[in-house]
Design a protein. Sequence first.
Length: 478
Amino acid sequence: MKEMKYDVVVIGGGVTGCAIARELSRYQMKVCVAERGEDVCSGTSKANSAIVHAGYDAVPGSLKARFNVEGNRMMEPLSRELEFDFKRNGSLVLCFDQEDMPALEKLYQKGLKNGVPDLAIITGDEVRAMEPNVSDEVVAALYAPTGGIVCPFGLTIALAENACDNGVEFLFNTEIRSVEKKENGYVLKADQLEIETSAVVNAAGVYADDFHNMVSQNKIHITPRKGDYCLLDKEAGNHVSHTIFQLPGKLGKGILVTPTVHGNLLTGPTARDIEDKEATATTAEELAEITKKAGVSVKNIPFRLVITSFSGLRAHEDGDDFIVGEAEDSPGFFDAAGIESPGLTSAPAIGVYLAGLVAEKLHAAEKEHWNGRRKGFVRPENMTKEERAALIKEHPEYGTIICRCEGVSEGEIIDAIHRTPGAVSLDGIKRRVRQGMGRCQAGFCTPRTMEILARERGMKMEEICKNAPGSNMLAGRK
């Protein structure tokens, strides 16, 4: 059994865990992130709506409300510091009947109490002037200009890279099996690994209740809430320009229609409470529900242009709010549990808050030299002709296009592999540079990408996985 020792262990390498890790890297502490997947962003953070919520939906005074609004304010400057894709495109919550106007007004008042700026209730005609494809049945809408869209992979990976560059270690393929209280901290056990630590940060998504309940008598319970999505080709990307919601119901904000930062159109999610924390397969029934309900909001959505569908699990805690802070009966154990929507938006703010609590608990001083900036990926596709020619002259690999749908070059794939923490799987490359995310869904570029990954990692082709160990793309010869 290998033994390791850290000041802080973050369980979970999703967007919340990586945001916390990045903020912890400001302090003079030895920090690691234990992630059961082969890469960051391999759970809920890879399968969500990619929305930066304005903050009008959460109950005033709740942690969801607080961290949503704070996270929204942080997102734009953070996108400049870490160079990930973000756009403040604004959102519209549609009302289809005059009888529902009190509910829309209530949502507006909640937004005001939460401190959301520039909210306005606008008429149906004003909505259609902004979005010609919105339903003729719309009588009014709540307009939130501070709403936005982000690349969830880009955000998570940027946070992880910056954390890593500032000294945080990432332990991948490390599934924590148990957390045990000790006199001066905790012992975490994984397969063939034992980690001693002064503090634990529990950012384990749908499994956060399991870890919390190992150390605390104040039990919590998380229900996986499954949501299916349909992603449409970039040809449909301009069908709407704002994020289009329906008035929220008991299970959330309903089916949305939104552009993505990469130019696609996204519809979803459904909402089904399930028991299986690994059940992420889409179903024909749920995809049909998306098609039907999205059409209530937006006319003539070209669903013939769907290029893929996927589903994700939201971590819904019974108390219907985030659980963020030190467990009352377990000093040094900090929760970031029940982080469902608006968790993506809230992650940067949760990171600042929890890292501050941990640093205070451990009496950790800030580093004298900390680099809060990260360079994004070089994208020849976004350069001028002259800039691209100069880049290719110096680095010829940027002149070889591997993924034709997304215009991804060999140079970008090599960069994705060699960054820290770099890609070790096909999905890891895909999430970093979008190889395989286009119209053909990796139908043409996979073999060449595998060759590059094998070459750069010194692997055999049979060893290459789509994602987690065991998802090998090829079988070896006998």
